[in-house]
Design a protein around this ligand. Sequence first.
Ligand SMILES: C[S@@+](CC[C@H](N)C(=O)[O-])C[C@H]1O[C@@H](n2cnc3c(N)ncnc32)[C@H](O)[C@@H]1O
Length: 455
Amino acid sequence: MKIKAPVAKNEQLDVKIMDLTYQGLGVAKVDDFPLFIENALPGEEVTVQVTKVQKHYGFARVTKWSVESADRVVDIDKTYRQTGIAPLQHLAYPAQLKFKQHQLEELFNKAHQDVTVAPTLGMANPTQYRNKAQVPVRKVKGQLETGFYRQHSHELIPLTDFYIQDPAIDTAIVKVRDLLRQFEIPAYDEINDKGVIRNVMVRRGYYSHEMMIVLISRQQKIPSQAQLVDQIHKALPEVTSIILNVNAKKTNVIMGNVTRVLYGKPTIEDELLGLTFAISARSFYQVNPQQTEKLYQMAIDKAELTGKETVIDAYCGIGTISLALAKHAAQVYGVEIVPEAIEDAKVNAQKNHLTNVTFEVGKAEDQMATWQAAGVKPDVIVVDPPRKGLADSLIESATKMGPKKVVYVSCNPSTLVRDVARFNELGYEIDGPVQPVDQFPQTPHVESVTVLVKK
Ligand SMILES: C[S@@+](CC[C@H](N)C(=O)[O-])C[C@H]1O[C@@H](n2cnc3c(N)ncnc32)[C@H](O)[C@@H]1O
């Protein structure tokens, strides 16, 4: 469909920013025609110069305009902007927190749900917080490089300081990059599906400082493997684990199914809320440890356990929430789809001397139906699903079990709002405000905790 745009390239006009998109672009409208404006903030009245009009998609984009704003960080690093590593870095941190609260408010409003959203719980230093990095390895201008993809592309932009990652992880990436160069190990060539090293993953325990390096390779064996591994752990004393992950497929999925320990242990350890956790290469582990403790504590407080309750933790990963809740409950059941994560979860129960937890490998939607059929009667159900949210069948089984409370930890406001509507239909309503917690500063991602109770 051809859309006749009421604006043209290079045209100058005065507009008011109505909203921000999920990627943090300001939205203004001219005769209902959307203008996406980089670095603009809601409520601002700006004079813009249109730089691009994409009639096919029905929007115009603006990169140049004039106005000052207290919420804007002017001196931003253009490289981060190109990569999309920190799409909200142009917003001052208090404005980022408001943006996240506003995202939830908007979505609940659009769904005609009368819900209060509390101010977003932020962190003192909202940079260098990530305990995990997963970077592509590619040849750029004849040399092996590590970095981040240019936004909406697979073109690698070399980086040595990733801004939102633990600096010890940035240092490790550069060291591994230098050793890969030294041993002349070919970088992955995505177009021709050739080369060896596709990605490097680094994870570092926030309290333990144990570091795991995962070399993701197209081949079963890396050239000069023994020397490379030897040099990596000699150069990086914190490394307690070097893992080879083999991914021979032509795919965007980063890790393959085969993992082999090349040096040290198959897991690293870290702590959360005074509990110790073993984490293996392919297990999910929250990336912002400082905020995770706040997030989990909030979920525990909202569960209001007295020690007598039966609790289900669906999408339990390595059992972090399950074990934190087990200290305050009679019995906890956890379910998770990744088998290695459940192996970690069982080890973690032993490590923390918690015997009142049972873990199952499987789809949460199937296991919930199994528990329901077996007559399990949870007082509280905690769900912490991936971005796609809950399967309808899981909500049905969960509500049939009749828990007093459901504590919903969400990383995607859209699916949260959709799932809350389904819970409403099945007799559950939101109790108290929805609480956003900033797990991902400098990015538009919004994490939140919502409590639902039986009507
Ligand atoms: C957002 S993470 C939460 C993990 C854990 N609660 C934590 O805080 O570390 C979601 C988890 O759900 C798992 N998962 C994804 N789809 C699933 C499914 N259909 N059934 C069970 N687990 C699933 C993922 O492997 C991941 O560990």
